[in-house]
Design a protein around this ligand. Structure first.
Ligand code: ADP
Length: 584
């Protein structure tokens, strides 16, 4: 696999805002009921300072125990009302949050599945893994908790501020004093925070990427003895991650104390200013009490607004990374044309994995319908690459790979698989029943008869019927473990169901347990029957049986003809054939 990993893109702020706006507009009723309930809850919360102010006023002027009791009773009533309203307000916001989150996840899964295979390979699975785990979690937290809390805080702050200045316009003055340190601190922080957190998540992706790469390539790492080097690579990633976390920690240690001061200024100023006004007979004691309590009440929502802004930023950074996945340009452009026939043709095909380094240099190959072509050649010559292009996995950089005159990457994926399929050693058994594992090969649906027919064709029906659950047996990780040969048969049965006209076989049988190989070769023969086959041959006897042999060297097809013709021509193939025969 390639060592250069191009990272998946990250969406910009505008795209994130636009997307968040669309999501919000999708549930207007839930959204407005949540807002209305929160406003009501905040309003009932305002009664306490006013009532306490009145109480102070009353006590100063001399009052009865009955009067105090009445005030306390009213206060208790408001508290109960506030609790009930808050409960429903939160409930509605959580329901809204869960819905939005579900939609986000669905979109993300859709976008991930639509990613071109080539992009997933070159970006590495680490980045995608981090986005599906960490970023989805972070966003989930933001949507479930941060966003509703933030909305509540904003509403509470507005309502409380209005209540404070309704006591007297003078209250606005001390409140204003808190604004400059708040704004300056916020601006300083927000300007640095997003990049800081993006760098932090990117560093987690890097750790994941290096780790998964090392684990997936464990054998290679061991074989080449590059364990120390891999450990050093991971150490470097961790160091970068540490530096990134240290930076965001630094941002917070400057930011939060600054905020504390910004909050204290208005409360202190209200008390001092109110006291001065009272002494000069411009404000009653009740008003000063209520005003001070209101301003103090403002601290909590404002603090929540600011600190959750931090969480929301992390959420926005995660959302940007999740939306970025949707921005990967599709390497398939469906043209809507229908192929005329099943003739596969490569015409002057050039292809590069890395810009500027072609691995195929102008390959022409016309495969006859029903023909069997064996592709041979030294390792690294480009056989697998050509195979992938002939199966429509990558589009060529220039030139064309067509079936019946239509470019393979212009066909919708479901259609493409009916024309040509790639068979490699990688065959995945998904968690689910055997039936599900097989039916996924036929997008338009497969009956049990079709499935059993396919299993019979690959000689697998006997052991499937012997399973306690038959087709309903749950297989894959956590379910019944299948042997390598059985998994391979399932993969072959999928091919029978997908019924592609052309098969590209890449080392399809080379890893099979030799005892099972004979059996599987029969299964394979059943699948190949009547189809066009391009086999990347690692054993020359399959080349011997092919209609034509293509010799691939240095990204070019250097020899093309029947076995006998090529042996007679005395070129590279003849040399390979001789050495192979010599060994046996
Ligand atoms: P073969 O199948 O004949 O062994 P390949 O098609 O696998 O040859 O490889 C052809 C060339 O392309 C080699 O130089 C290989 O290093 C390069 N290559 C193969 N896969 C990738 C990839 N995913 N990214 C970058 N280079 C690749």
């Amino acid at each position: 696999m390639s060592a250069v990993s191009t990272k998946l893109p990250v969406a910009d702020t505008r795209a994130v805002r636009r997307y968040a706006g669309t999501l919000a507009r999708q549930h207007p009723r839930l959204l407005w009921s949540a807002v209305a309930l929160h406003v009501l809850a905040a309003l009932t919360g305002l009664a306490a300072p006013r009532l306490l102010g009145d109480l102070v006023q009353a006590v100063q002027g001399g009052t009865t125990v009955g009067h105090v009791d009445r005030i306390m009773l009213v206060l208790a009533g408001f508290l109960v009302a506030q609790t009930v309203l808050t409960r429903y307000a939160r409930y509605v916001s959580q329901v809204l949050g869960e819905q939005v989150l579900a939609e986000l996840r669905e979109d993300f899964v859709g976008n991930t599945l639509a990613l071109p295979v080539g992009v997933v390979e070159s970006a590495g699975s680490g980045d995608l893994l981090t986005r599906t785990s960490r970023d989805v979690d972070q966003l989930g937290w933001s949507v479930r908790m941060a966003l509703p809390e933030w909305t509540i805080a904003v509403i509470t702050a507005i309502v409380t501020f209005v209540a404070a200045i309704s006591v007297g316009w003078w209250v606005a003055l001390p409140c204003l004093l808190g604004v400059p340190p708040l704004v300056i601190g916020l601006r300083w922080y927000l300007r640095r925070a997003k990049d800081g957190y993006l760098r932090e998540s990117a560093s987690y992706s890097a750790i994941n990427a290096t780790l998964t790469e090392t684990v997936e390539g464990a054998r290679t790492v061991e074989a080449l003895g590059i364990g120390d080097e891999r450990v050093r690579a991971i150490d470097a990633d961790i160091e970068e991650s540490f530096a990134a976390e240290r930076y965001t920690l630094y941002l917070r240690t400057v930011f939060f104390p600054n905020m504390e001061i910004a909050y204290l200024i208005p409360t202190v100023a209200t008390l001092l200013f109110g006291g001065w006004l009272h002494l000069h007979g411009h404000a009653s004691l009740g008003d000063v009490t209520a005003a001070t309590l209101y301003v103090q009440m403002l601290i909590d929502p404002v603090d929540r607004i600011v600190s959750i802004l931090d969480e929301l930023q992390m959420g926005a950074a995660s959302l940007a990374r999740l939306l970025g996945v949707a921005q990967v340009p599709d390497d398939r452009a469906v043209s809507g044309e229908t192929p005329r026939g099943e003739q596969i043709e490569a015409d002057d095909v050039r292809f590069s994995y890395v810009d500027g380094r072609d691995v195929l240099h102008g390959v022409d190959l016309a495969v006859g319908v029903g023909e069997r072509i064996a592709m041979v050649g030294p390792s690294g010559a480009g056989k697998s690459t050509l195979g992938r292009l002939l199966a429509g996995i990558h589009p060529p950089r220039t030139g064309a790979v067509t079936v019946g005159g239509v470019g393979l990457t212009e066909l919708p994926l479901d259609d493409l698989r009916g024309h040509v399929a790639l068979v490699t050693q990688e065959h995945h058994v998904f968690v689910g029943t055997l039936r599900e594992n097989l039916a996924l090969a036929a997008p338009s649906g497969a009956s049990d008869d079709d499935i059993r027919g396919a299993l019979a064709a690959v000689d697998a029906l006997d052991w499937v019927d012997a399973l306690p659950g038959g087709l309903d047996e749950v297989v894959g990780s956590g379910g019944r473990a299948l042997t390598a040969a059985q998994s391979q048969q399932i993969a072959l049965a999928r091919l029978v169901l997908a019924d592609p006209h052309t098969l590209v076989l890449d080392e399809a049988t080379s890893l099979i347990d030799p005892r099972a190989a004979r059996h599987l070769e029969r299964s394979l023969a059943a699948v190949l029957h009547g189809r066009t086959v391009i086999a990347i041959a690692h054993r020359l006897f399959s080349a011997h049986d092919a209609d034509r042999v293509a010799v691939c060297e240095d990204g070019r097809i250097t020899e093309l003809g029947t076995h006998d013709e090529l042996v007679a021509a005395g070129g590279s193939y003849a040399a390979l054939w001789d050495s192979w025969n010599g060994k046996h």
